[in-house]
Write a protein that binds this ligand. Sequence first.
Ligand SMILES: NC(=O)C1=CN([C@@H]2O[C@H](COP(=O)(O)OP(=O)(O)OC[C@H]3O[C@@H](n4cnc5c(N)ncnc54)[C@H](OP(=O)(O)O)[C@@H]3O)[C@@H](O)[C@H]2O)[C@@H](O)CC1
Ligand SMILES: Nc1ncnc2c1ncn2[C@@H]1O[C@H](COP(=O)(O)OP(=O)(O)O)[C@@H](O)[C@H]1O
Ligand SMILES: [K+]
Length: 565
Amino acid sequence: MLIGRPAEYNFSSPESGPGTKEAEMQVVSVEQMRAIEKEADERGVSFAEMMERAGRGVAEVVVSEYGDEDWRVVTALVGSGNNGGDALVALETLARSGWTAQAYLVRPRDEKDPLLERARTAGVLVMAAAQDKKLHGLQEWLENSNVLLDGVLGTGIQLPLKEEIAAILKYVSEAETVPHVVAIDCPSGVDCNTGEAAAETIPAELTLCMQAVKQGLLRFPAFEKVGELRVVNLELPEKLASLKKIDEFMVDGEQVAGYLPERPMTAHKGTFGTLMIAAGSTYYIGAPLLAARGAYRMGVGLVRLAVAAPLQASLAGQFPEATWLLLPDEMGMIAEGGAEVLRKNLSRVTAFLVGPGLGAEETTASFIKNLLTSAETPHQAPSFGFLTSQEEGEVESGESPKLPPLVMDADGLRLMARVDGWPELLPPGSVLTPHPGEMSALTGLEVAEIQANRQEVACKFAKKWKTTVILKGALTVIAAEDGRAYIIPVASAALAKAGSGDVLAGIVAGLLAQGRPALEAAVAGAWIHAQAGLEAADQLGGTAPVLASDVIEAIPRVLWALRFE
Ligand SMILES: NC(=O)C1=CN([C@@H]2O[C@H](COP(=O)(O)OP(=O)(O)OC[C@H]3O[C@@H](n4cnc5c(N)ncnc54)[C@H](OP(=O)(O)O)[C@@H]3O)[C@@H](O)[C@H]2O)[C@@H](O)CC1
Ligand SMILES: Nc1ncnc2c1ncn2[C@@H]1O[C@H](COP(=O)(O)OP(=O)(O)O)[C@@H](O)[C@H]1O
Ligand SMILES: [K+]
C-alpha cells in the first residue's frame, strides 16, 4: 500500500447506483464550492440531498477502512453548521449498519433539527458539550471508540476559533488515546481558502473532501493536518458550468495509472523510445547516472548519455546499460562545440534531457545557447566528439534535425535564462523542471514571492512561455500551457537531498521519450517520483537515510502498485 496515496470514493446510493470516477480530482476555493452547490441545487440536487450523499459517503469510507477492526464504535464531534449535518447523517448510516454511534454536540443544534431526530431514532447516542463541562464524557467516548469523525467546522469557519471550541479540539489533540481521526471536508480549525490552521486543530488520519478538495488543504500549515486526502463524489450533474470552470486539480494514482505507456508483448527497444541526456561535469559526475537510471526504470528503451569526454571513463563501468556520446569539453565541462555534435545525433531521439549537473562555465553557457539557437559554425567543429559506431553515419550526413521535446533541468535552466528569447526556442511539447531558485532565475521574481504564490506563478509563466512547468518542492505544482494546474499532494523530507531532482528529470524525460505528451509525462513523473520518495522512506524507516539512488530503486514498487492495486 502506498503511503499518502489519495483516492476518490464514489458515493453510491440505492437510487443512483455506483458513481463513475471523475477523471481528475478538482481543487476549489470555498466560493467556487458554494457556486457549485448552488448550481447543483438549482439543477435538482437539493442542499439536503447533497448532505445525505456526503454523510453516507463518509459512512461508506468508515466501513471500508475500519469495519474489520475488533470493535466498531464511532464518535463524531458535531458542530452547529452543515459540516455537523454531514457528521449526523454519517452516524445515522453507521448506526443502521450495526455500529455503535455517538454524537458529541460541540455546539448546540436546534432541538428540532430533523437530522438529530433521525440520528436518535436510528439509535445514535447524543451528548452535548454544554452538559459535559469537565469533558469526562468526551474522554470516555474517545476511549471506547475506534473512529472519531471530525465534523465541527467546515468551509463556514471564520478564524480565530471561539474559545469553547478551541478548548475541545485542544483536549482531543492532546488526549492519550485517540481513535482513527477522519475529518469531514477538512480538519476543523483549518481555513479552506488560505491554509491557515488553528494550533488546536486535530490532525486527521484521513480527510474526506466533499466533491472537491478545498484549496487551503493543499497549503501550509493546513497540509500538515490533513493526513491522506480523499474525495467523496457527490455525483453532481457533470454538466454544471461551475464545475467545468475548475482548472486546478490534485493528482492521484488512478489518474497517473492512465498515463503509463503500454508494454506490448511484441515490443522491441525501439517501441519505448530513445532518450538523449546531456548532463554532468567534473563537479557533478553522478548527475547523468541518476537521471539515466530514473529514465530506464520508467521503461524507456534506450538511453544515450552525452557527456564531457573525461567523464565517460569513470561512469561507463558503473552503468553497462547506457550507450554513450562523447562531447568536447574544457576541463570536464561540456564545451561550446557540444551542441553541434548533439544536433547531428538526434535523428532517432524521441526526447532530450538537458541540464543535470552541467555546471555554469562560460563554454557550457555557449553550448546551451548554441543548442537552442542552432547557431552552428562549421569552422568551430569540434576536434573530437567520439561516437559509437552505430552513430557514425549520422555525423557524416551533416543533418541538423529539429530538437525533440526537451526536458530542461537544473543548471540548464539557469544557462537558458541567459539566452534572449529562450521561450520561443523551446521545441513543442517541452517540460521545464525548476526548483524555486531556478524559477527565480527564469522569471526575475524573488524566491519568497514564488513560494507565496506557487500555483499562480507556475500557471502564469507556463502560459506565457507556452510550455509545461514543474515547479518543484513540497506540494509540487505542474502548470500546463493552457493555465491548468496539477498539484502533487506530497511533502516529505525524503526528497530533500542532492540528486533527487536529477531522478525526477530522468523519470519525466523517460515518459516523454516513450511518447507521452508533455503534461502527462510531467504529472505522472512528478507523482511517481514523490511516491517513490515516500516508499523509500518507508523501506528505510525514516526520511534521513533516503538517497536519490533509493528513490530510483523504489520506482518499480510504485509502478507495481499503480498497475495492480
Ligand atoms: N451546503 C451544502 O449543501 C453542503 C455542505 N456540505 C458541508 O457543509 C460544510 C459547510 O457548512 P456551513 O456553511 O454550515 O459551515 P460549517 O463550517 O459547517 O459551520 C459554520 C458554523 O460554524 C461556526 N463557526 C464558524 N467559525 C467559527 C469559529 N471561528 N469558532 C467557532 N465556531 C465557528 C458558526 O456557528 P455558530 O458559532 O454561530 O453557532 C458557523 O455558523 C462543508 O464544509 C461540508 O462539510 C457538504 O455536505 C455538501 C453539501
Ligand atoms: N519537502 C519536500 N517535499 C516533497 N518533495 C520535495 C521536497 N524537497 C524536495 N523535493 C523534491 O525533490 C526534488 C529536488 O530537486 P532539486 O531541488 O533540483 O534537487 P537536486 O538538484 O539536489 O537534485 C524535486 O523533485 C522536489 O520537488
Ligand atoms: K471538519
